[in-house]
Design a protein around this ligand. Structure first.
Ligand code: AAL
Length: 399
C-alpha cells in the first residue's frame, strides 16, 4: 500500500506551516485507520512527520523473523584459539557419519598489509590460506581433520590463497566453493571463485581447472597506481571482487550467491558499497550465469542464505543502508526486509542439518562465526540466537 500525500499549494507564497496543515490523504484507499494510528502512536493524521509517513508504508509483518544473537563463545578442542594461527570464515556445517563437518580458511603468521614486499608478505589474514576441515559430535568440541583443498601451483589462478569456503551436498556428492587469488596480491587484484568436489566429505577433492566465477570486466582503472579508489568507470557492483560464494540447490538449479565489491568503492550514507549477487547454473559444476537482476541486495557482507517456505532468506550484516536486516525472497532474487536486528554474528557458518521449515530463523538457533583475537589471529567461535517476542523487566510478566 502506498500512501500518497498531497500538499495543496494555493499560491507559491504559501508558508510551509500552511502547507503542513493542508496535508490531506489522497483517496479512501490510502486513508489512515484509527487502528494504524493507535499501533504506530501517531498523534494527528494531519501532521505526519517524515518518519510517520515512512512507518505507514511499512509492510504488515509480525515478529516471526525478529531474533537476538548471543555469544560468540569459544569452541573447544582443536578449534579453540591457537597462538599464531588464523582460522576464519567457517563454511556451513553438514552432518555426516554422525558428526558435524566444517571447512574454513587457515593461515599462520602475521599480517603485513600492502606497504611492503607484496610478493613475499602476507597482505591480509586471509592471504596465503588453504582450506582445512574439522569434525565434531556436539558442535562445541572439534577435531581438526587436516587439509582439504590446498592453494594451486605457481602460475595457477589460485596460487596465492584459497579461502572463505562453503559446502554443498547434492546427490551424494560434496562441493566446496571458495575464493581464489593469484599472486601478486596487490590492492587492485581481481579474485575469482573456485570449486572442488568429492565423493566423501573427507575427500579427496578434485579442483576445477578454471574458476567458476569472475568479477565483471566493465570497470576501468584510472592510471597505473595501485589504488582501488581511482577509476575512470566503476563498472558493475562486482567489477573488483567476487567473494563469499555459497551454492544453494533451488528450483532444480544451483544458485550461487556471492558478495560483490566494486572498483572505485565509496562510503555512502550506509557505509561501504557492498552488495550481493547471484549466478545460476543447471549443473553444480556450472557454467554459472550471473542474473541480469544483479545486484540483488544493496547491503550486506558475508553471504548467509537458507531456504525457507519455498523462497530464500538472507542475513544482511555490516555494510550498506539495509545492514542488520533479515530478508526473504519468494524467488531467490527479489528480497524484502522481514526484520531489523542488532549485533548479528559475522561470517556465519549455518547449521544445514537444522529443520529449516520449523520457523523462519530455525537455522540460526546456533552456528559458527569468527572473531578477531587481533589482526594476526582469528578464531572460529559459536553463536546462538533466539526469537524475541516481548521486552520485559525482571519480575515482569509478558502479555
Ligand atoms: C570476509 C569475506 C571475504 C573477504 C575477507 C575474507 O569477511 O567477505 O573473505 O575476502 O573478509
Amino acid at each position: 500500500v502506498t500512501f500518497v500525500l498531497v500538499f495543496s499549494c494555493d499560491s507559491p507564497s504559501s508558508s510551509s506551516s500552511q502547507k503542513e496543515k493542508q496535508t490531506k490523504l489522497l483517496d479512501e484507499n490510502s486513508m489512515i485507520t484509527e487502528e494504524q494510528m493507535d499501533k504506530l502512536g501517531i498523534t494527528n493524521s494531519e501532521y505526519l512527520s517524515a518518519a510517520s509517513k515512512r512507518a505507514l508504508n511499512w509492510p504488515d509483518i509480525g515478529n516471526e523473523w525478529f531474533i537476538e544473537f548471543s555469544g560468540p563463545t569459544p569452541l573447544k578442542g582443536d578449534l579453540a584459539y591457537e597462538k599464531g594461527v588464523v582460522r576464519r570464515d567457517p563454511s556451513a556445517m553438514i552432518k555426516e557419519n554422525g558428526k558435524y563437518y566444517v571447512w574454513y580458511s587457515k593461515s599462520t603468521g602475521k599480517t603485513d598489509g600492502f606497504g611492503g614486499d607484496i610478493e613475499n608478505d602476507k597482505v591480509f589474514p586471509w592471504d596465503r590460506c588453504d582450506i582445512w576441515y574439522a569434525t565434531s559430535e556436539d558442535g562445541v568440541t572439534w577435531k581438526e581433520e587436516g587439509l582439504a583443498v590446498p592453494r594451486g601451483k605457481k602460475g595457477a589462478y589460485d596460487d596465492r590463497s584459497v579461502f572463505t569456503v562453503e559446502i554443498m551436498k547434492w546427490a551424494d556428492k560434496y562441493y566446496l566453493c571458495y575464493q581464489t587469488v593469484k599472486s601478486p596480491y596487490n590492492v587492485r587484484v581481481k579474485n575469482q571463485i573456485g570449486l572442488a568436489w568429492a565423493d566423501s566429505p573427507d575427500g579427496p577433492w578434485t579442483k576445477s581447472k578454471e574458476p567458476i566465477l569472475s568479477p565483471a570486466d566493465n570497470g576501468i582503472w584510472k592510471g597505473e597506481e595501485q589504488n582501488r579508489f581511482l577509476v575512470e568507470k566503476k563498472g558493475d557492483f562486482d567489477s573488483h571482487k567476487v567473494h563469499d560464494p555459497c551454492i544453494i540447490p533451488y528450483k532444480g538449479k544451483f544458485y550461487l550467491y556471492y558478495k560483490g565489491e566494486q572498483m572505485g568503492e565509496e562510503i555512502t550514507f550506509g557505509g561501504r558499497q557492498i552488495r550481493h549477487g547471484v549466478a545460476i547454473a543447471d549443473n553444480p559444476l556450472g557454467p554459472y550465469i550471473k542474473s541480469p537482476y544483479n545486484p540483488i541486495s544493496n547491503s550486506g557482507h558475508e553471504i548467509c542464505v537458507w531456504k525457507y517456505n519455498g523462497g530464500i532468506a538472507s542475513l544482511i550484516t555490516t555494510d550498506g543502508p539495509e545492514k542488520n536486516t533479515i530478508q526473504w525472497s519468494p524467488d531467490g532474487i527479489n528480497f524484502e526486509i522481514m526484520a531489523s536486528i542488532k549485533d548479528a554474528s559475522h561470517a556465519i557458518g549455518l547449521n544445514r542439518s537444522a529443520d529449516n521449515e520449523r520457523e523462519p530463523t530455525e537455522i540460526l538457533r546456533w552456528g559458527l562465526t569468527h572473531i578477531y583475537n587481533n589482526y594476526d589471529e582469528q578464531s572460529i567461535m559459536r553463536f546462538t540466537s533466539k526469537r524475541r517476542t516481548s521486552h520485559v523487566a525482571k519480575g515482569e510478566k509478558a502479555k
